[in-house]
Design a protein around this ligand. Structure first.
Ligand SMILES: [Zn+2]
Length: 389
């Protein structure tokens, strides 16, 4: 019999977070480890992932046989069907089969999906979007991630590349984005976009608490929180600009999809609470069709840093439900086939009888049709007679 515990991982560019869930979906143990050193190979990162699972087993005192499945979210394009990481921006995996070594090592099923997709799935199943059917999720971090739940299922599109909201072009003459285009949402509203705005203002001679923190790249979220608490003018402007473009993007998606809820999550949201949701809310009416606006809610993610590991747990639950469904569909099909075979003889017997009945019915119908025509003709006569007078 399969074990009752699930191990869920959040594989990031800098660290791997792991948690053990019991059969009631409660976290019983956590562990995290740095995912990459400079020059790490895919094999090195795979070893880190395996060591996190081993550490979780050791800390929780569980045996391999007590584990039901392992699941993970990771950045990039991931073929969740075959468990292959096609491309990751911050990790060394390229067309890398991560499922086979994990399943061989631990002897249980291993599932993997794109981290933001998985995060939105987590919010849908366990967090702010629980109970809704159509969910748009924006995850504001170093980049801008997206996820989409349609009619209660995660939508990943052709080739597992859907919901790249960060690369929705909002101004073709806007700032350069990491993807090579100009004016993408990510270039305005992610940590990269916010940092480059502050850097630009500082280079024009303005002062900002964030100057040092954006000098070498993107800031850490805790400094953003501090600067906003100090009412740092340049940081406030950067956030207003980020939220303005986020509102435009959210409005476009609301008009396109008509979701029940739009959820804002990710590191920046985690550090600033409801700030982003509230600023977007203040502007959103301008960009939504008036017929669609009343049926959509805007919410802040509820699971914080844990949305990914909860989403990984949801992937396990979904995969198990799918297996169960396909089993019961097969069973139902087999029962149907048996019933059909048994009915065949009866059907053959009754066929001749039915044919007989049918021809009788046809005759009756023809008769009634003839009657109707006669009645119509008669009434027509009456009408023409009446009108003729
Ligand atoms: Zn882009």
């Amino acid at each position: 019999m399969a074990g009752k515990y699930n191990i869920c991982l959040d594989i990031g560019g800098t660290k791997v977070l792991g948690a053990v869930f019991d059969s009631n979906d409660n976290i019983v143990c956590r562990y995290k480890k740095k995912s990459t050193e400079s020059g790490s190979s895919s094999q090195n990162v795979q070893e880190v992932i395996i060591s996190v699972v081993e550490e979780l087993l050791a800390t929780s005192g569980l045996k391999k046989s007590q584990i039901n499945a392992i699941s993970a979210g990771a950045p990039g394009v991931i073929d969740s069907g075959s468990g292959i990481i096609l491309f990751t921006p911050n990790l060394p995996f390229r067309n890398y089969d991560i499922r086979t070594p994990l399943e061989e090592k631990f002897g249980v099923p291993f599932y993997i999906g794109n981290d933001v997709n998985v995060g939105v799935l987590g919010e849908y199943r366990y967090g702010a979007a629980k109970g809704y059917q159509n969910v748009v999720g924006f995850f504001v971090g170093t980049g801008m991630g997206g996820g989409l739940i349609l009619n209660g299922s995660l939508f990943t599109g052709t080739g597992f590349k859907a919901a790249e909201y960060g690369h929705m072009i909002l101004d073709p003459e806007g700032p350069l984005c990491g993807c090579g285009q100009r004016g993408c949402l990510e270039a305005f509203s992610s940590k990269q976009g916010i940092s480059s705005y502050i850097r630009q203002q500082v280079s024009r001679g303005r002062k900002s608490d964030m100057a040092e923190h954006v000098k070498e790249g993107v800031f850490r979220s805790k400094y953003l929180k501090k600067a906003l608490a100090n009412h740092d003018k340049v940081t406030e402007e950067a956030m207003d600009r980020a939220c303005h473009y986020l509102a435009v993007a959210a409005g476009n998606l609301i008009n396109t999809i008509s979701p029940d809820v739009v959820v804002f999550g990710g590191g920046v949201v985690e550090a600033t609470g409801n700030l982003i949701r509230d600023k977007v809310l203040a502007e959103i009416d301008r960009y939504c069709m008036t017929s669609i606006r009343p049926t959509v809610e805007l919410k802040t993610a509820a699971l914080g840093d844990d949305s990914n590991i909860y989403g990984s747990l949801a992937m396990i639950r979904d995969a198990e439900a799918e297996k169960k469904n396909s089993k019961s569909t097969k069973k139902a099909a087999a029962v149907k086939a048996d019933a059909k075979a048994a009915d065949r003889t009866t059907a053959v017997k009754s066929a001749s009888k039915k044919t007989g009945e049918k021809s009788t019915a046809k005759k009756a119908a023809a008769k009634s049709g003839a009657k109707k025509t006669a009645t119509k003709a008669a009434s027509g006569k009456t009408t023409s007679k009446a009108s003729g007078k």
